[in-house]
Design a binder for this molecule. Structure first.
Ligand code: BG6
Length: 493
């Protein structure tokens, strides 16, 4: 990765600067970049919001959040020089996002010098169009400027097209950065290295050698005070349409010609387009949707989804999804990718398990009657690492061939001396500043992902089945076990 160049200062303009994403992720990410010396000395951060702040109040707000999210409550842990430098970069601009005329005020706050600008839309997507119109009206968009769009981009294919069209009125595709923060995670990026820097996996990565793949993204958290937003989306739109499909496409894509945005995104797109459609004819066999009920987690009682604060007790929204996904191409025909993700599961735990095929013949019958297949586990979070399960001889003289299952375990924290795991937003923010789109999602990918997801959502609607209940603190509804058991396989727990 290129380091930030020394000639170009940026103005990072955050719309929705006092919102949740900004305070938890964006401002801390920018602070960490400053700490690491990766922000140009003249770069500025312009917080834009509807709320009544002035510069001073905004600096106080930012410091409170850095204390909470960077220093974990202890302000003394923040480097004083960096705090001073960072504070001096901060400027606040109050703005009514829908009032085109008011953008001239923003124009006065922005620097007149030729800084490259990053406009970060951290607002509800429904107003991305208004912001674009306002910026254009005030003549605040230059060819070198970039815009970052947070997910969800739309609620379905149609609405995502509307949002993309609105933003494209003022920004060209090479200026638009659609964030899927999973693409900034260290371990998700490592998928590229694992696959394409190790011939062992390059050559065995197909239907001839792999039996099936499991991708689990489990979260122990529930809805965390955002019931209204979440209920409109559900786990399919919130996690599968974006994060899980991105992981799947990196895992399954053909080798890109290089690491450029065009090459990587073109290969990912082919995978998403090759996913077998799931519709009302096969939706019951290939998917399970669930909703958590009252249960226990970490030793305490937790309310079910319908008993959360602000809940509408009739909601049929899913908080868990399991899918048997298949990719119709030469490499993967016949290899299922089982996806599973849910809220209020026993732990935060995300991993990919690649199950290789079994040996055609077992010549170790005497000591091991049922030779297991090799398994490659990629631990995405927490305890990031890669683990290869394999058979090994137990040393000893008494028995000529005493063998057992063991593993090669590459734990990142042990191997890299507990190096801090960089937050996804830090990396992605830096990539935007550097103008590298390869870790961002193209419009075509977003639309292909919606096409596949919409068909499933439509099929669920047409069957009108309620989501299957699962107790908070469990691994999902029993039918998700049957989904994989029907193929004589089981989830790795
Ligand atoms: C977000 C979803 O995109 O990702 C949240 O909207 C989810 O519902 C979050 O909790 C998970 O991200 P992470 O980085 O904690 O795995």
């Amino acid at each position: 990765m290129k380091n930030i160049d020394s000639q170009t200062a940026s103005e990072i303009v955050i719309f929705g600067a006092v919102g949740d994403l900004s305070r938890r992720k964006l401002l801390p990410a920018l602070f960490e970049l400053d700490l690491a010396g990766l922000l140009h000395v003249d770069s500025r951060i312009i917080g834009v919001a509807r709320q009544d702040y002035n510069n001073e109040a905004f600096v106080t707000f930012v410091m409170e959040n850095l204390t909470e999210f960077v220093a974990k409550g202890d302000v003394n842990k923040l480097d004083k020089d960096v705090v001073q430098r960072f504070s001096s970069r901060l400027v606040f601009q109050k703005l009514d996002f829908k009032d085109t005329a008011s953008y001239k005020n923003l124009g006065q706050t922005l620097s007149k010098e030729f800084f490259s600008r990053v406009y970060y839309f951290s607002t509800p997507p429904a107003i991305y169009g208004d912001i674009g119109d306002g910026l254009a009206h005030a003549k605040l968009i230059k060819d070198s400027d970039r815009v970052v769009m947070e997910k969800p981009i739309g609620h379905c294919l149609e609405t995502s097209k509307v949002i993309n069209d609105q933003v494209s009125r003022h920004f060209k595709e090479n200026q638009i950065y659609r964030i899927d923060h999973y693409l900034g995670k260290e371990t998700v990026l490592n998928l590229l290295v694992l696959r394409f820097a190790n011939s062992l996996f390059t050559n065995n990565w197909d239907r001839n050698c792999i039996d099936h793949v499991q991708i689990t993204v489990a979260e122990s958290v529930g809805i965390e005070g955002r019931w209204g937003f979440y209920d409109e989306a559900g786990q399919m739109r919130d996690m599968i349409q974006n994060h899980l499909l991105q992981i799947l496409s990196l895992l399954a894509m053909e080798p890109p010609a290089d690491l450029s945005a065009d090459s990587v995104r073109a290969e990912k797109l082919k995978v998403i387009k090759a996913l077998t459609a799931i519709d009302r004819n096969n939706v019951k066999e290939k998917t399970v949707r669930g909703q958590y009920t009252d249960g226990y987690l970490n030793g305490g009682a937790v309310p079910g989804y319908l008993n959360e604060e602000g809940a509408n007790t009739n909601s049929n929204t899913e908080t868990f999804v399991a899918i048997k996904a298949e990719i119709d191409n030469w490499r993967w025909a016949g290899v299922p990718f089982y996806l599973r993700t849910g809220k209020r599961m026993p732990a935060k735990h995300s991993e990919i398990v690649v199950h290789f095929k079994k040996q055609p013949l077992n010549i170790f019958q005497d000591s091991y009657s049922d030779l297991p297949a090799n398994k490659l586990t990629i631990r995405l979070q927490p305890d990031e690492g890669v683990e290869l399960q394999m058979m090994n001889k137990i040393p000893g003289i008494a028995n000529q061939m005493n063998i057992h299952e063991n593993k090669l375990d590459l734990s990142f924290s042990q191997t890299y001396n507990n190096e801090r795991v960089v937050d996804a937003y830090e990396r992605l923010m830096l990539e935007v500043i550097n103008g590298n789109q390869s870790l961002f999602v193209s419009r075509d990918e977003v639309e292909a992902a919606w096409t596949w997801a919409d068909s499933i959502i439509e099929a669920w609607k047409s069957t009108n089945d309620a989501p299957k209940p699962y107790a908070a603190g469990s691994w999902g509804p029993v039918s998700s076990i049957s989904l994989i058991a029907r193929d004589d396989r089981q989830w790795v727990e």
